[in-house]
Design a protein around this ligand. Structure first.
Ligand SMILES: NC(=O)c1ccc[n+]([C@@H]2O[C@H](COP(=O)([O-])OP(=O)(O)OC[C@H]3O[C@@H](n4cnc5c(N)ncnc54)[C@H](OP(=O)(O)O)[C@@H]3O)[C@@H](O)[C@H]2O)c1
Length: 258
C-alpha cells in the first residue's frame, strides 16, 4: 500500500484518480482549494506520492508550493492537460522523482480499459514502473512522450478539436432553430456531434478555455483553419462542386490508414 496525497482531489480528474487508486488498495488523502501551507508540508513529508490536479492556471503555483517539501525518494506528479510548463516546474522546484501524467479522458468514464494515458517521465526511477503497472493492469494504453511532443499532439487532439466544436456550437446557436426541432431531423453523425457540443458547452468551460489559450502550438492550426474556411467559402459561393470534390480527394490519402 502506498500513501498518496492529491491536491485537487476533491473534484474532477483528481477525484477520479483518488477513487481509482483507492480501488487499487492505496491510502489516498485529498485536498481542495482550502489546502494550507502546513497541509502541503505535512503531506509531502508523509506521502510517498503527491499528485497535483488543479485547474491549469493554478498548476504552476501549486507545484511551486509543494515541490520544495518533496523527499528525494518520493514521486511528484501532475494530471494537467499540458505538460511542458508543469514538468519543468516540478523538476525545478523539487529533488524528488517527477512524472508528468495526462489521462486522455475525463472523470465521467466508468472504466479506464482501452483509454490512453501519456506519461512524461522526467526524473523517474522506481516510480515509473509502479505507475505504468497500475494503468496497464486496468487495461489502459500507456505511452511515454516528452512534454514537447505531448503538447504538440494536444494542440491537435484537444486544441483544434475543441476549437472546431466551439465554432460549430456558436454558429448553431445563431441558426434560428430550437434544439428540440433540430434533433427531430438528426442523423447519427449529427447526434454524435451534438453530444460532443453538450460536453464542451455545458461542463467545465474554464478547462476548454485554458486548453485553447495555454498551448502556443495551437496558433498555427488556427491560422490553417482560417485559410481553409476562406477557401471553402469561395468554392461554395462559386457553386464549384468539382473544386470542392477535388480538395477533398487531394487530402483523402491522409485518412486512408484509419
Ligand atoms: N476534466 C477533464 O476532462 C480532465 C482530463 C485530463 C486532465 N485534466 C486536468 O486535471 C486538472 C484538473 O481539472 P478538472 O477538470 O478536474 O478541474 P475541476 O473539476 O475544476 O477540479 C479542480 C480541483 O482543483 C482544486 N483546486 C482549484 N484551485 C486550487 C488551488 N489554487 N489550490 C488547490 N486546489 C485547487 C479544486 O478544489 P475545490 O473542491 O476546493 O474547488 C478541485 O478539487 C487540470 O489540470 C486539467 O487540465 C482534466
Amino acid at each position: 500500500m502506498t500513501k498518496i496525497g492529491i491536491i485537487g482531489g476533491t473534484r474532477g480528474m483528481g477525484n477520479w484518480f483518488a477513487r481509482f487508486l483507492e480501488k487499487e488498495g492505496h491510502a489516498v488523502r485529498v485536498f481542495g482549494r482550502n489546502v494550507s501551507e502546513a497541509n502541503i508540508a505535512e503531506m509531502a513529508d508523509t506521502c510517498q506520492v503527491v499528485v497535483v490536479s488543479v485547474p491549469m492556471g493554478a498548476t504552476g503555483e501549486v507545484i511551486a508550493k509543494v515541490g520544495p517539501h518533496m523527499r528525494k525518494a518520493s514521486l511528484l506528479m501532475d494530471l494537467t492537460s499540458l505538460k511542458r510548463d508543469s514538468v519543468k516546474t516540478m523538476l525545478e522546484t523539487s529533488v524528488s522523482e517527477v512524472i508528468g501524467c495526462h489521462p486522455l479522458f475525463g472523470p465521467r468514464i466508468n472504466s479506464i480499459a482501452g483509454q490512453n494515458v501519456v506519461l512524461c517521465p522526467a526524473r523517474a526511477r522506481k516510480w515509473l514502473s509502479w505507475l505504468t503497472d497500475i494503468f496497464e493492469k486496468n487495461g489502459a494504453f500507456v505511452l511515454a512522450a516528452t512534454p514537447e511532443k505531448h503538447d504538440q499532439m494536444m494542440a491537435i487532439v484537444q486544441g483544434l478539436n475543441h476549437f472546431n466544436t466551439i465554432m460549430m456550437g456558436l454558429v448553431l446557436s445563431k441558426a434560428g432553430v430550437s434544439l428540440s426541432e433540430l434533433m427531430k431531423f438528426a442523423t447519427p453523425g449529427f447526434r454524435a456531434k451534438m453530444e460532443i457540443m453538450e460536453r464542451v458547452f455545458c461542463q467545465n468551460p474554464g478547462l476548454y478555455a485554458d486548453i485553447l489559450t495555454m498551448n502556443p502550438d495551437i496558433h498555427r492550426h488556427i491560422e490553417a483553419y482560417e485559410q481553409d474556411v476562406a477557401q471553402l467559402k469561395k468554392l461554395i459561393c462559386q457553386g464549384n462542386s468539382a473544386g470542392i470534390a477535388d480538395v477533398i480527394e487531394k487530402h483523402a490519402s491522409f485518412f486512408e490508414v484509419i
